[in-house]
Design a binder for this molecule. Structure first.
Ligand code: AMP
Length: 439
C-alpha cells in the first residue's frame, strides 16, 4: 500500500517523499480515504501511530482542491488540541506536509503574546491549530470567526476533557457551524469522550487501530517496587547500571519536577524540565534542546505526556505513577514511536498500589515486579488481582532493607505525595453536564 493508492495527490506525495514517508501507517491507511470522501471519523489510535498525517494530509488536500479563498479572520479548518506543545508539533508537521501548497497555516496557544496570533488571523487562515482557551480569547477579541469553518479536528479529545476543557469546548460548540466535517482522535476512550462523540459526529467511520487502552506493543514495560523514599536513589542506580543515554522522566508535580531536575544537574547531567509553571518559551526551549540532543534528560509532568514526538527516544521513567491510568499509556508512548523499540520503567511504592492496579486493569494484565538488592521495599507493594483488586495483606519483606547506593544520598520524601490540581469547570450548560466536575 502506498499514499498514492490512498488517493493522496501529487503535490503532497512530493513532500512525503522528502519526509521519508513511504508506507502509510495503519491509521493513515484506514482514515485517509474516508476523510478525503468528506466523512466524519472517530479514531482511537495509539500514540505515535502517525495520526497527525492521517488527518492533516487529506484535509490539506481538500482545502487545496476546493480552491476556496479564505477571507479576513476566517478559518477553513480548525485543529483543537489540549496542550501548547502538541499544537506546536502539529503545526510544524503540517508545515512540512504543506510545503509549496497554496495554504496558510497558523497556530494559537496561551502563554505567549496573543498579538502575533491576531495579526496572522487578519488575512484569514486555511488551517488553525489551537488550544481551546486561547481560541476562546481570540473569539472574544473578534480575531477569528467560524463562518468558513468546514473541517474540525479534535485531537487527544480525552486529554482535553481530562485537563478541564469541557467548559471551553461547550462554548466553542455553540459558535461552530452545524455543517462541517468533524474528526475526533483519542488515544484512549472514556465515557466522556463517548458523550462528545454523540454530540459532534454524524455517522462516523469508526477506526480502532490498536486495541483500545493498550500500551504501545513496541515498548517493554518494567515495574520496580521500592519504598517511596528510595525512589531517587534507585533511579540513579538504574541510570548508571543501564547507562541510559537519554530518558524522559515523569513526575506527578511541578515541585518534584524541579527537585529531580536539580538533583540530576548536581550530578553533572545535561537536564531540563517541562511543566506547567514554566513560561512557554522555556518549555519549548527545553523540548527543543532535548530533541536536538543538547539535553539528555527531560523531567516532565503530565502536561508533556501526550503527543510529543521525539525521534528514537529510548527510555521513559515514571518516578511516580500518574493519577489517571490512561496517562500511563500516554507517558510510555513517548518511547517506541514509529515502530522503534522502547523501554518504560516505573518505580512503584506501596501507596501507589491502587494506581498500579488501575494501569494493570487498563492493559488487562499483571506486571512482573522487579526488585534491586539494596532497594527492596520495607513497605511491600501489595499484590494485585485484575478482578479482585488489591490483596489486603502485604507480604512480609523477604530480605532486610539496606540502602547501599553509593551514588546518591538525597531523598525527595513527600514531594511525590501530592496529587495534581485539575482545573475546575462549570457544569452547565453542557453536553457533558454532571461529568465534568473537579476530580
Ligand atoms: P504521530 O503519531 O502523528 O505523532 O507520528 C509519530 C511519528 O511517526 C512522527 O515522527 C511521524 O513523522 C512519523 N510518521 C508518521 N507517519 C509515518 C509514515 N507513514 N512513514 C514514516 N514515518 C511516519
Amino acid at each position: 500500500m502506498s499514499f498514492n493508492h490512498l488517493g493522496v495527490f501529487a503535490p503532497l506525495l512530493a513532500n512525503l517523499k522528502k519526509l521519508d514517508f513511504v508506507t502509510p501507517t495503519a491509521v493513515q491507511e484506514k482514515v485517509i480515504p474516508s476523510v478525503l470522501a468528506g466523512r466524519d471519523v472517530l479514531a482511537t489510535a495509539q500514540t505515535g501511530s502517525g495520526k497527525t498525517a492521517a488527518f492533516m494530509l487529506p484535509l490539506l488536500q481538500q482545502l487545496v482542491t476546493s480552491g476556496a479563498k479564505v477571507q479576513s479572520n476566517q478559518i477553513r479548518c480548525l485543529v483543537l488540541v489540549p496542550t501548547r506543545e502538541l499544537a506546536e508539533q502539529i503545526f510544524q508537521a503540517s508545515q512540512a506536509f504543506s510545503k509549496n501548497l497554496p495554504v496558510r497555516l497558523g497556530v494559537a496557544y496561551g502563554g505567549v503574546s496573543i498579538n502575533p496570533q491576531m495579526m496572522r488571523l487578519r488575512k484569514g487562515l486555511d488551517v488553525l491549530i489551537a488550544t481551546p482557551g486561547r481560541l476562546l480569547d481570540l473569539v472574544q477579541q473578534n480575531a477569528v470567526n467560524f463562518y468558513a469553518l468546514n473541517h474540525l479536528v479534535f485531537d487527544e479529545a480525552d486529554r482535553m476533557l481530562d485537563l478541564g476543557f469541557a467548559q471551553e469546548i461547550n462554548q466553542l460548540l455553540r459558535v461552530f457551524p452545524r455543517k462541517k466535517q468533524t474528526l475526533l482522535f483519542s488515544a484512549t476512550l472514556s465515557d466522556r469522550v463517548a458523550e462528545l462523540v454523540k454530540v459532534l459526529l454524524q455517522n462516523p467511520l469508526k477506526v480502532a487501530v490498536n486495541p483500545i487502552n493498550q500500551a504501545v506493543n513496541t515498548v517493554t514495560q518494567k515495574i520496580y517496587t521500592t519504598d517511596k523514599k528510595h525512589k531517587v536513589d534507585l533511579f540513579f542506580y538504574l541510570l548508571e547500571q543501564h547507562a541510559w543515554q537519554q530518558a524522559m522522566i515523569f513526575v506527578k508535580t511541578k515541585k518534584s519536577a524541579e527537585k529531580i531536575t536539580g538533583l540530576l544537574r548536581e550530578k553533572g547531567l545535561a537536564v531540563d524540565s517541562i511543566h506547567g509553571d514554566k513560561p512557554q518559551a522555556a518549555r519549548l526551549k527545553a523540548l527543543d534542546s532535548f530533541k536536538q540532543g543538547r539535553v539528555h534528560y527531560l523531567v516532565a509532568t503530565d502536561v508533556a505526556a501526550r503527543g510529543l514526538d521525539i525521534a528514537q527516544m529510548p527510555v521513559v521513567v515514571n518516578m511516580d505513577l500518574p493519577v489517571v491510568a490512561q496517562d500511563y499509556v500516554h507517558r510510555i508512548g513517548r518511547t517506541g514511536r514509529a515502530g522503534e523499540t522502547g523501554l518504560a520503567v516505573s518505580l512503584v511504592s506501596a501507596d501507589e498500589v491502587e494506581l498500579l492496579l488501575a494501569i494493570e486493569q487498563l492493559q488487562g494484565r499483571n506486571f512482573n515486579r522487579l526488585e534491586e538488592p539494596g532497594f527492596i521495599a520495607e513497605h511491600r507493594v501489595p499484590a494485585t488481582d485484575l478482578r479482585l483488586g488489591v490483596k489486603k495483606k502485604p507480604k512480609k519483606p523477604k530480605v532486610k532493607t539496606a540502602i547501599d547506593d553509593p551514588h546518591s544520598r538525597i531523598h525527595l520524601g513527600d514531594a511525590f505525595n501530592q496529587t495534581p490540581k485539575v482545573k475546575n469547570v462549570r457544569s452547565k450548560p453542557s453536553f457533558l453536564s454532571g461529568s465534568n466536575k473537579k476530580k
